[in-house]
Ligand binder design. Structure first.
Ligand code: NAD
Length: 490
């Protein structure tokens, strides 16, 4: 039996877009893309290679001076037109989100709306890139600061949400006057291929955005390429280390948006129903594969057992299965290897003293040919255990009790990561007090993801990365500062 496969006839055709040319494949190996809900191949195509990266960088650099010189209002209008077209094409984009990585179909419209909002928000900055004047010391002079693009920005994104991640970078990079070479991940390529069609339809000049679909070798070729002015990388810490080492050769700046093990602190005074619902989204969102998912639950001891029971009961109501079905709330993880790794981590958590409350076993029956794991709750987890310290990247929540506000803060911050943090309380002063002590790039009070809009800065502290995407901080990531001093004395 098994679940249906996505409609292969709607998959976009072009894996590469370089300048004005849309190409079905590149100069690399043939790749067979797998749909994780069935384990079956959706399409085969040839990946890009280093030669394709060369061509894409040349096209971007050729287009960049004119893109930079285009008046801000024209760049804004193009980005607004793109936003409107993304909304118009949402119904075409939605099945591709599911086809590329098993995202649930009901999330599709939201992902298109989010991408459109990013181009609209940053399009709004494109006509407001002002500098400032400085009252300099020492002699009559006119001094001013201007914000300049880097030239070509190389964007490398992971498979868990390519459209979300890529637009988070493209929108500010383009608004600032940069051109783009974007690498679509080979195992989740379809939404970015579609986005390129929409960009062309919007009337962007050829070369402003170029697409190469490929694997690690293509990313590595981008990082080492002397023609790329800045790399923005979204992915894992291990890959980030390799990228930083390679970028040292060309002294290239690199922005890093990495993984997390984000704490969710639930105080006894919280609205527990709401906190549990939101807490569960840490397991469900992006099929458990979201960088900022709250996966480390810290629960005040007074409500620990009732809260766990609430979570377990709610988890039992989440339908896990066919991502194309309108009543499915959680789909598969990306691959067989990921499933094995996640199950191994859960087994390790149990052997280190964790109590398996629910989940943990691969789903059979209709689910058997895909890579499905139910929501998995592990209680009484020691803060020292490996599953409490490492990113699982699957639908697994670990739960640990605490006795005081001080202990909650200490436990939340006792992590190599610092991406998100979530605080649930109805006490206003405690909310601010605790939020202001969280060593995380984005703290949400009584929330679970609502903050992730283009107008606010998003990014990590510690091993979760550096640099910010979103808000004016996100725009500044793609600008370099020039200061001009003019002698006013003859
Ligand atoms: P990954 O690091 O394996 O791969 C990410 C991208 O880097 C892929 O496109 C891959 O092809 C490319 N790549 C791999 N090796 C490379 C190299 N040597 N040089 C250049 N590029 C290379 O990560 P993944 O498994 O695809 O994604 C999951 C990770 O991404 C998780 O850790 C997750 O938390 C993180 N993530 C972070 C954010 C964020 O905004 N902070 C968002 C989504 C995902």
């Amino acid at each position: 039996m098994g679940f249906p496969n996505p409609d292969r006839s709607v998959l976009p055709e072009h894996a590469l877009v370089i300048g004005a040319a849309a190409e079905t494949g590149g100069g690399g190996d043939v790749f067979a893309h797998i749909y994780p809900a069935t384990g079956e191949v959706t399409r085969e195509f040839r990946l890009a290679n280093a030669g394709d990266v060369d061509r894409a960088v040349a096209a971007a650099n050729a287009a960049q001076p004119a893109w930079r010189a285009m008046p801000g209002d024209k760049r804004r209008d193009l980005m607004f037109r793109l936003a409107a077209l993304i909304e118009e094409k949402a119904a075409e984009m939605t099945p591709l989100l599911t086809a590329e990585n098993g995202s649930i179909i009901i999330a599709g419209p939201h992902m298109s709306a989010d991408a459109a909002q990013k181009f609209r928000y940053f399009g709004g900055w494109a006509d407001k890139i002002d500098g400032r004047t400085v009252q300099t010391w020492g002699g009559p002079a006119h001094d001013y600061v201007s914000y300049e693009p880097y030239g070509t920005v190389g964007i490398i994104v992971p498979w868990n949400g390519p459209l979300f991640a890529a637009t988070m970078v493209m929108a500010p990079a383009l608004a600032a006057g940069n051109c783009v070479v974007l690498k679509a991940p080979e195992n989740a390529p379809y939404t970015l291929m579609k986005l390129m069609e929409i960009i062309r339809l919007a009337g962007f000049p050829p070369g402003v955005v170029n697409l190469v679909t490929g694997g690690p070798d293509v990313g590595a070729a981008m990082v080492s390429h002397p023609g790329i002015g800045k790399i923005e990388f979204i992915g894992s810490g291990n890959t980030a280390k390799k990228i930083l080492a390679s970028a040292a050769e060309t002294l290239k700046p690199v922005g890093l948006e990495l993984g997390g093990k984000s704490a969710v602190v639930v105080f006894a005074d919280a609205d527990l129903q709401a906190a549990a619902k939101r807490g569960l989204s840490g397991a469900v969102s992006a099929n458990g594969q979201g960088c900022v998912n709250g996966t480390r639950l810290l629960v005040e001891r007074a409500i620990y057992e009732p809260y766990l029971q609430m979570l377990q009961a709610m988890a039992g109501h989440v339908k896990v299965g066919d991502p194309l079905a309108m009543d499915t709330f959680m789909g598969p993880v990306i691959s067989e290897a990921a499933l094995d790794r996640i199950q191994g981590m859960v087994a390790g958590g149990v052997s280190e003293g964790g109590r398996l409350v629910c989940g943990g076993e691969r789903l059979g029956g209709d689910h058997a040919s895909g890579y499905f794991l139910p929501i998995t709750l592990l209680a009484d987890v020691s803060p020292e255990s490996r599953i409490a310290r490492n990113e699982v990247f699957g639908p697994v929540l670990v739960v640990t009790p605490f006795d005081s506000e001080e202990e909650a803060v200490a436990l939340a911050n006792d992590s190599d990561y610092g991406l998100g943090a979530y605080v649930h309380t109805t006490n206003l002063s405690r909310a601010h007090r605790v939020a202001n002590r969280m060593m995380a790039g984005q703290v949400q009070v009584n929330g679970s993801g609502e903050a992730m809009t283009p107008c606010v800065p998003f990014g990590g502290m510690k091993h979760s990365g550096h640099g910010r995407l979103g808000g004016i901080e996100g725009l500044r990531e793609f600008q370099q500062v020039r200061n001009v001093w003019v002698n006013l004395q003859d």
